[in-house]
Each structure stands twice: as C-alpha cells, then as structure tokens.
Design a protein around this ligand. Structure first.
Ligand SMILES: Cc1cc2nc3c(=O)[nH]c(=O)nc-3n(C[C@H](O)[C@H](O)[C@H](O)COP(=O)(O)OP(=O)(O)OC[C@H]3O[C@@H](n4cnc5c(N)ncnc54)[C@H](O)[C@@H]3O)c2cc1C
Length: 352
C-alpha cells in the first residue's frame, strides 16, 4: 500500500509530489492536465513586495529563501533550469512615492528594495515606457511553469496516472482509501478551482478569479531578465517574445479568452511599451483564490485520511513550496499547521 494518492496535475500537485519525494513518502499522482489551465498560463512571477502599501508580502522573509532552495533542488532533480532571478522594475508616478521607497529601502525593506533610484537611460531597456525614474525590487523572479509541469510529469512518470479522477469511484475506509486498483493510506486533493466538483471538499470557500494573459513577439523591444510592473506586467521570455498580464475577473469564471480581456491587456501594453508587436498567444485560466486570501490546507472534518491543498490564489509560486513543507510536517506530526492556512478555520462551512 502506498502512502498517498495526489489528485491534480497543476502547480499544487507538482509541488506536493516533489515534497513527498524529498521525504521518501510514496505516492501516485492521478490527474488530467486539460481540465484547468491555471498553472499552465501563469507567468510564474514571485514578488516579495506589495506595491499598494509598499510592504513586505506575507511571510516574505521566510518564503522567498525557501522557494529558491526548493526550486533549485527541483532543477537538480529534473536536470533543467526552471527559475530565473529577475529585477522587478517599478516606475514612480509621484515624488512622494519615490521618497517613501527610499525611506523603506534604508529601513525595514532593505533586503528587498534597491536603494538606488534609476533613470530610464541607465539600463538596457529599449522601447519600454518607463516614465521619469524607477526603483528595483530585489529577490524577485519567475518559475517557468510549463517547464516545471512538463519535467515534473516526466520525472514522476512511473507514478503518474493520466486520467480524470472520478470521485464516485473512491472508497473511503478508516485506515486506507481505494481508487480503482490503487490502495493508499491517504489521499490529497490539489484540484485548484475545480474542487467545486469534488463532493468531499466542495464546501471550502474559494473566491476564484479568472485571469487572461498575452504572449507577444517584438524584435524591437528589449528587457533582459527583468519584469516591468506598471498597472500590469511585461516579462521577457525567449526569442524576442514577452508575456503581458494580467486581468482579474470574478463573475465570468470560464477559461475562454474574451474580447474584453484582450482590450484590457492591449491597453495595459500601450502603457508599457512604445513599439510594434504581434500577439502570438492569448490565454485564460481561473485562479483558486480563497475568501480570506490564504491557502486552505489540511484534514477533512470527518475523515482522517482525506486532505486538501488549495487556495493558492494569485501567489502559488511563492506559497506552494513553503506550505507543502508545512503540510508534510503536519502529516508527520512534527508541527501543527499554521492557523492562517488550516482548513479547520472553515469547518463550520461543512454541513453533512
Ligand atoms: C493569468 C494568470 C496569471 C498568473 N500569474 C501568476 C504569477 O505570475 N505568479 C504566481 O505565483 N501565480 C500566478 N497565477 C496563479 C497560479 O497560477 C496559481 O496560484 C496556481 O497555478 C494554482 O495551482 P493549482 O495546482 O492549485 O490549480 P490548477 O492550476 O487549477 O491545477 C489543478 C489541476 O488539477 C487538475 N484536475 C482538477 N480536477 C481534476 C480531476 N477531477 N481529475 C483529474 N485532474 C483534475 C486540473 O486539470 C489541473 O491540472 C496566475 C494565474 C493566472 C490565471
């Protein structure tokens, strides 16, 4: 009997798989890549700063070093480069903003904010609309999500069952679960916003947010391992292509691209660059955000061998490695789950 069945095939399931592997805990992944496109379309950016209030992102001091160690060890395991360290460029719109930046860079945000103010001409940015001056966020970067998902699938191919999980075929016993011919001590659901179709966990309070992104091609545009952030983002990929994002939509939760999304993204782009471009891809996905913007992790209220790992929202790349480790520590009874992410804060929503 194996230890875990992991249900899902996105960022959450992949990070859980690597984490269980590191702890030598056995598993099978059951997942179909095509049901949710969320992880596949994401830019994979991590940013330790919340610009609205110019504060540290939640737990950034712990989470940023952790994610670097985690994805570095994945890179070694799958033998591929997966993360890129990038400068995140933040143009200033007001003098006041610049002053606050300088103040915080010299005090509590020194680890994450560069204390130099840059002129647009002082860096190799070509055809970027950057305005007067800008600041640089340090310790930012991105995970190449399609490559992470592809290489994870390949590395765990012996333990991967490529199919849609049919919840009605799961048999739950007190000390094991049985799915078709797979017997496991536990099961963990990592289904993103599609947890709404899971009769065991469809009560968890997600507040999903659809997002659309573009990939553009523009030989005249130059950014090098940088992300330009100005009411949206522009990030360089390979071969003169760039990712542009992203939109937020809470009503129409399909994975279809829309004219409205396209207009919003091209408007953002007109604020970011000055040259011509060709749109090569337009994609959409639904982010599994939760009502209190924190992950939802832990045990089913009734069954002691059913777990969930969800609610990664807009920041899955940062949050998943740190909280996958917290999950495993909880499973191994090394430590309690942090209150902020423990599913037990929503047990009152469970009504069966
Ligand atoms: C446009 C956009 C841009 C984003 N940009 C960023 C970013 O820059 N940085 C960042 O950190 N985050 C970003 N995100 C958010 C990030 O993508 C999510 O936090 C993360 O990918 C969620 O991963 P997940 O595995 O929980 O969910 P999902 O990606 O939805 O994965 C769920 C997986 O489970 C599979 N599945 C579901 N049900 C079943 C079933 N019954 N049987 C089999 N398989 C099943 C699905 O097919 C899918 O593969 C972005 C999201 C979007 C939409």
């Amino acid at each position: 009997m194996i230890d875990f069945i992991i249900v899902g095939r996105g960022l959450a399931a992949s990070v859980i798989a690597h984490t269980l592997h590191e702890e030598k805990i056995s598993f099978k992944i059951i997942g179909d890549q095509t049901l949710s496109k969320c992880s596949k379309v994401a830019a994979g950016i991590w940013n330790p700063i919340v610009f609205k209030r110019l504060t540290k992102s939640w737990l950034a001091d712990d989470i940023v070093p952790f994610l670097n160690t985690f994805y570095n060890s994945c890179e070694q395991r799958v033998n591929k480069k997966l993360i890129t360290q990038r400068q995140l460029l933040k143009p200033f719109t007001e003098e006041q903003e610049k002053n606050l930046w300088l103040k915080k860079a010299s005090l509590e945000l020194g680890e994450f904010l560069d204390d130099t103010i840059y002129d647009p001409n002082s860096q190799s940015l070509v055809n970027c609309k950057i305005g007067n001056q800008f600041g640089v966020v340090k310790q930012s970067g991105n995970l190449n999500m399609p490559e992470f998902l592809r290489t994870t699938d390949l590395f765990f191919k012996e333990d991967l069952v490529d199919e849609i999980f049919d919840h009605s075929k799961l048999e739950i016993n007190s000390d094991f679960v049985l799915y078709k011919n797979i017997k496991a001590k536990n099961i963990i659901f990592c289904e993103g916003y599609l947890v709404k179709n899971n009769p065991l966990f469809n009560w968890i309070p997600l507040k999903p947010a659809k997002g659309e992104v573009l990939t553009i091609s523009s030989p005249e545009l130059k950014l090098k391992d940088q992300i330009l952030n100005k009411n949206g983002f522009l990030m360089d990929l390979e071969n003169d292509t760039f990712k542009v994002g992203a939109t937020y939509e809470w009503q129409e939760l399909t994975e279809d691209t829309t004219k409205k999304g396209l207009t919003e993204l091209t408007d953002k782009l007109s604020q970011l660059i000055t040259c011509n471009y060709t749109i090569t891809k337009h994609e959409a996905g639904v982010r599994p955000s939760s009502v209190d913007r924190r992950p939802i992790i832990g045990l089913h209220p009734k069954h002691t061998n059913l777990y969930v790992f969800n609610g990664l929202g807009t920041k899955g790349v940062m949050l998943a490695p740190y909280f996958a480790k917290k999950f495993v520590n909880f499973y191994l009874k090394i430590e309690d789950l942090p209150k902020d992410v423990n599913i037990d804060r929503f047990y009152s929503h469970y009504d069966h």
